[in-house]
Design a protein around this ligand. Structure first.
Ligand SMILES: [Mn+2]
Length: 320
């Protein structure tokens, strides 16, 4: 894939943009997808070199997906990717993960910038971009964006990993057959994924909004639902074969992460989320962190939390 597929807009656009709700945002309006952090000058040379030398370690590559057109309640998650990167770079903390990986080391991970998207062709573009990274032997880590993007992302993974286990952290099962007439809504991605047989197993953790319809859907698809009230559930996170982790920030209690579109009390602490992430057994081949909504954030708290979660996912992938 050529670099030209990714946006290279000037850093700083998000800072101006974030003062406005997305619908009134003069910077975002009409050019959603081109707002983003500039493609960092991280050379991927070391990554590729290590890959060629036969290392079995996973080399994660960040890719921002600034897309929120399938949100059912509030827009704003399209502004998240540069905020997460900024929080991860912040000098308030060092670059080490709790598991002992230095993410500041040259070649620890790569960053492909943000995808340039328009609403009508976004899913095709997302699937193609993720597929292209996989073809290059990289392990995509996607920064949403609303949760609808996980459907085209997992489609690309499933084409290369037919035995994929998806571990899904969320307050919501996102198993609606349709919501408000939209079958691609951010409330529906796991119905589409399971209908198409894109995952061998789907394990959902932290769920606390099950209704009758979604219970029926979970039973129909054989989803392994671990409700919030049943945690901890470390032994449910053991997988054979490749694992894809999708983490909706609203799995956390809104007290820890208010910057989300659907605040659902009674969720995980940051500590519980990290401990469950660390408990995953299986090779993580890709991941996404979705549904952080900077418009709803308070003093950048959720950006910091999203960056911390992302760091621990990256550390887990690098450690193998
Ligand atoms: Mn959710």
């Amino acid at each position: 894939m050529s670099r030209s597929m990714f946006s290279k807009s000037a850093f700083g656009s998000w800072a101006r943009a974030s003062r406005y709700p997305p619908s009134q945002n003069p910077t975002l309006r009409g050019k959603r997808g081109r707002v983003g952090y500039p493609v960092p000058k991280i050379s991927s040379l070391e990554c590729y070199t290590r890959a060629r030398e036969g290392s079995t370690r996973t080399m994660p590559t960040l890719l921002g997906i600034p897309f929120d057109a399938n949100s059912s309640y509030l827009r704003g998650t399209a502004e998240a990717p540069p905020k997460i990167r900024e929080a991860m770079r912040c000098d308030a903390s060092n670059k080490w993960t709790e598991s002992g990986i230095d993410l500041g080391a040259a070649g620890a991970f790569a960053d492909a910038g943000d995808l340039a998207l328009n609403d009508s062709t976004a899913f095709t573009a997302i699937e193609a971009a993720v597929g292209a990274l996989l073809e290059k032997g990289e392990s995509p880590v996607l920064l949403g964006g609303d949760h609808s993007i996980t459907y085209p992302i997992v489609k690309a993974f499933a084409a290369r990993h037919p035995d994929l286990t998806v571990i899904h952290f969320d307050a919501h099962p996102d198993l609606y057959d349709e919501l408000d007439g939209n079958r691609l809504s951010h409330a529906c991605p796991f119905a589409r994924i399971m209908e198409e047989g894109l995952a061998k197993r789907l394990v959902q953790v932290g769920i606390r909004t099950m209704n009758g319809h979604q219970r029926e859907q979970a039973a129909r698809f054989g989803v392994e639902v671990v409700e919030m009230r049943s945690l901890p559930a470390y032994d449910r996170l053991k997988a054979r074969g490749p694992v894809y982790v999708t983490l909706d920030i609203d799995v956390l209690d809104p007290a820890f992460a208010p910057g989300i579109s659907h605040r659902e009390p009674g969720g995980m602490s940051v500590r519980e989320a990290i401990t469950h992430l660390h408990a995953i057994e299986g090779k993580i081949v890709g991941a996404d962190v979705v549904e952080f909504n900077p418009v709803q954030d308070v003093a950048g708290v959720t950006a910091t939390v999203a960056a911390k979660i992302l760091k621990e996912i990256l550390g887990k992938m690098i450690a193998g």
